[in-house]
Structures are given as structure tokens and as C-alpha cells.
Design a protein around this ligand. Sequence first.
Ligand code: DQA
Length: 146
Amino acid sequence: MTHTVLVLNGPNLNLLGAREPATYGHETLADISQLCADTAAECGLTVEFRQTNREGELLDWIHQARGRCAAILINPAAWTHTSVAIRDALVASELPVIEVHLSNVHKREAFRHLSFVSPIAIGVICGLGSQGYRLALQYISHSLKG
Ligand code: DQA
């Protein structure tokens, strides 16, 4: 059985560290990637960590995870609030999905309160910064051990 978790990051997250640090903190995406790699090593998981600014590329990665990965951890960023296509691809993957946001989207603008992904995710973590990724991986490891 595979223990590979696909960790996906949506648009503008490549700018973390420089982008709105009051909202998203000072950590870079490379820092979060390292945190995920360290957590995966502790938990006996393998992580594939990716980011894209192209929605079609993200869709292709979700399609390719089907039957190959154990779970998908996704921060869809702005596509959270806009993309039926990403929601449908996640459903088609037939994999457990955890949605993560660095910021607490519910404390922010009303347009961030709607997520197309949350209704099909097994869980959602928001507002805990990069620790949300770590907690999600720990949960996936725990549930794979059954
Ligand atoms: C985000 C929240 C989204 O509303 C926003 O568009 C992002 C980042 C977060 O991690 O807090 O780009 O997903």
C-alpha cells in the first residue's frame, strides 16, 4: 500500500515570505516544503510537494494521483473560492482530501468564506499557518495506520 501524500499548493503561494507577511507570515514555500518533508520522515510517509500558478497543471497532478497516492493535502489558495474543476478533479481522484489554509479565511473577506473544496474534504485546517500542513500529515499517517 502506498504511503505517498501529494501536497498541492495553488496560485501565488510561490511568493510566500514576501507576499502580505502580516497575513501569511514570513515563512517561504521552501520552508513549508522542508517542514512537510521532516514531518513525513517522522511519520513514515513520502511527500510530493508541488506549487503551480496554472489551474490546468494542478488538475493534471490531481488526475495522476488517482490510484498512485494515499491522500491529497491541498492549499488551493484563491482557487478554493472559484474552482468547480478542482473540486470535481479531487472527487474523481477517489482519494481522501485535506484542505489547508495558512490564514483563517473565516476572519477575512466574505468571498473567502465559500470553499468549493470543503464539502468534499475529510477535514479542513485554517489559521494555523504552516503548522496546518504538519497537523494534516500527522492525521493522514494516523489514519493510514488504521
Ligand atoms: C489561502 C487563503 C486564500 O483565500 C488565498 O487566496 C490564498 C491563500 C491561505 O493559505 O490562507 O492565496 O489559501
